[in-house]
Structure formats: C-alpha cells, structure tokens
Design a protein around this ligand. Structure first.
Ligand code: DAH
Length: 344
C-alpha cells in the first residue's frame, strides 16, 4: 500500500486499523462512521486538493476491504491437527495413557436392564440376537401375517423413508429372520429359542409415558408339541427370577395377526414396585404373546403341522421407570448427564 500524503487520512487510517483488530465482525469496519467522515470532509476542501484527497480516501477504503477479505480466509498459520493415536496401537491396556478415564462414563440404564434380562433368558436356554433399526414392509407386516391393506397395519404408526424402508415399530420384524436363521436346529431335534432386544420407533404423540423411540424385547420359541402351557411357564420363570419373588400371573385374550391365540400377559405387582393398595394397581400388563400363527411359520419355511411355537414382546423402559420411580420416559433418550449419572 503506497503512502498517504494527507495527515487527516493518515490519522483516521491508524484509528480504523486499531479498531479493525478488535472488531469481532470485521465487515463492520466498512460501515464505520469515521470512514463516512472522510468522504464528507471532501466538501470542505478547495477544488485543487479534492482529486488527490478523493483518491486517497478510495485507497483507504480499498485497503480496508482487502484486510476484511483476508480476515475471512481460513487462517493459514493454524497448526495441523495430529490425528495419530497418542500411543502405539499395540500397547497393552495396562500401559496406555489414561486418556478416557473409565470412571467418567457409565452404562446407560437401559443397557444395564437389557443385559440383566438377556442374562436370565440365556440361563433359560435362549440365544440373543440384536434387532435391526431399518427394515422393510415384508418383515414389518407381510411375514407377520398382516395382509395387504389390513387395518391392523394402521395400529403401528410407522416411520417410513421416501424409498419405502421402515423404521421397525416392533421387534417382531425379526421373527421371520430368526426363524429362518435357526431353522436347522429343528432338524437336529433342538428348539429355536431366541430373544431379540432392540430399539423400535413409532410416530407417537410424546408425553411422560410415550416416546417415539423405545426398546422392546421379543422372544421366539419353536419345537415339536409346544403349547400355551410352555409359553406361560417360560414367562413365569423369567418374572420370578427377574423380580426375585414368586408372582401370580394371568393371561387374557387379545388380538395380534401373528399369533393365534393371542394374549396379554399380566403379573401381580411385585413388592419392589408396590405403590398403594389400590385394587386397580394390582395387575401389571407387561407384554403381548401367543402361539405363533401357522402363516408366520410358513413364511419361514417351517412345517406348521410338525412344529409349533410361541412368541412374546414387550417394552423395556416401563420396567426401569417403575423400578426406579422415574416420572418421564423421555429422560432415557435425552442424553441428560444429570439423569444418567444417577445410575452409575
Ligand atoms: N409386537 C407386539 C407389539 O409391539 C407385541 C407382541 C405381541 C409380540 C405378541 C409378540 C407377540 O411376539 O407374540 O405390540
């Protein structure tokens, strides 16, 4: 930038440069009143000085513009970020620097609960498979005996992608997959015995007991000569172990397209969850269940004349809410550390 000859412009230039340094929004300098003042000053000058003065004023404006533009560019002097691991990757755990201290984190309360539930079912002989978080119409509906256009499809307010993929509204979407996956068990005289924990999604109106994203646990059992008695026995064995007390249970008729007959399974309110003595509070409906519909077995190429089975599915948050007196289901997905730290 060449030298300025006008003292007034030199003085204002110095002031503006200092201000520019301190300005957070650098473009503001171009609207600075002092800059305007320079241009206004032109009118007080004798005719012969106006030309050089005007040129210098323009020069200053240009100089400032260039400085502003330069400030918008990424800083070339920033040091590159070092993305290499801060220790040799094969260093044994015991000798690695303590970068992420384990005591700063904790297992999410739902993960803990799922681990506990899956552990009990594994002791009852069940394998565990995670469910999926994106699925299709066949697994969500058709393979579960929801005929095309059946009103029961509307009971599940499913989220769908523009390509027609579905965020599963229940873990039952996994039934067809696990039946196919473990079908060879049957030939070897072994049952299909699988539990499937996973996240499910529904277009719910949100409130303290409704979340658009929540967890369910599905169970599937298939072998020869299986009946409703076996279903009840497995669920009772689980509940007794989970709540650490022998509980009364009951089933009542219900409707699901993928089970026949279908039931709702309820337990007497366990001691750990006792609220008052209100009669209405006595039974807790925990899950849906039933004998797997022959059509569902057929969709997995399982001979429904030879094999029968049962399935069940229920929510997980509800158990954790009740056990811990949590007032709002939305805390679980909120990522609020204050909430989560209570479960450490
Ligand atoms: N999928 C059902 C729901 O989310 C729950 C359910 C009912 C699962 C009966 C089952 C079953 O496996 O047999 O409402």
């Amino acid at each position: 930038m060449s030298e300025y000859s006008n003292n007034k412009i030199i003085a204002i230039r110095n002031e503006l440069l200092t201000e520019l340094e301190n300005l957070e929004k650098k473009t503001d300098i171009l609207k600075h009143p002092k800059l305007k003042q320079i241009y206004l000053g032109i009118t007080n000058l004798p005719q012969e000085e106006r030309k050089t003065y005007g040129q210098e004023a323009n020069k200053l404006k240009l100089e400032l513009q260039k400085l502003v533009e330069a400030s918008q560019l990424p800083d070339q002097n920033l040091k590159p970020i070092d993305v290499t691991a801060p220790f040799a990757p094969n260093t044994p755990f015991s000798r690695r620097p303590n970068i992420f201290r384990a005591n700063q984190g904790s297992t999410h309360p739902l993960t803990k609960e799922i681990d506990e539930i899956v552990d009990i079912y594994s002791r009852l002989g069940f394998t565990s498979i995670d469910s999926r978080e994106i699925d299709d119409d066949y697994h969500m509906f058709t393979s579960l005996n929801f005929p095309e256009g059946h009103p029961a499809r509307d009971d599940y307010d499913t989220f769908m992608t523009t390509e027609g993929l579905i965020a599963p509204a229940h873990t039952s979407t996994m039934q067809n997959r696990v039946l196919k996956m473990f079908r060879p068990n049957l030939k070897q005289g072994e049952p299909i015995a699988v539990v499937i924990p996973g996240r499910v999604f529904r277009n719910e109106d949100l409130d303290v007991t409704h979340e658009h994203t929540f967890y369910q646990l599905e169970g599937v059992f298939v072998a020869e000569n299986i009946n409703v008695g076996n279903l009840i026995a497995v669920l009772q064995a689980f509940m007794n172990e989970y709540f650490g007390q022998v509980l009364k249970t009951k089933i009542q008729p219900f409707y699901f397209p993928f089970t026949e007959p279908s039931f709702e399974f309820a337990i007497e309110r366990p001691k750990a969850l006792k609220k008052g003595n209100a009669e209405a509070d006595q039974w807790l409906e925990l899950l849906g269940c039933g004998m797997i519909h022959p059509e569902v077995l057929k969709h997995a190429d399982i001979d429904s004349n030879k094999y029968t089975g049962f399935a069940w599915g229920g929510g997980i948050e509800r158990l954790v809410l009740m056990k811990n007196n949590i007032e709002d289901i939305r805390h679980f997905e909120s990522g609020k550390l204050d909430f989560l730290r209570q479960f450490k």
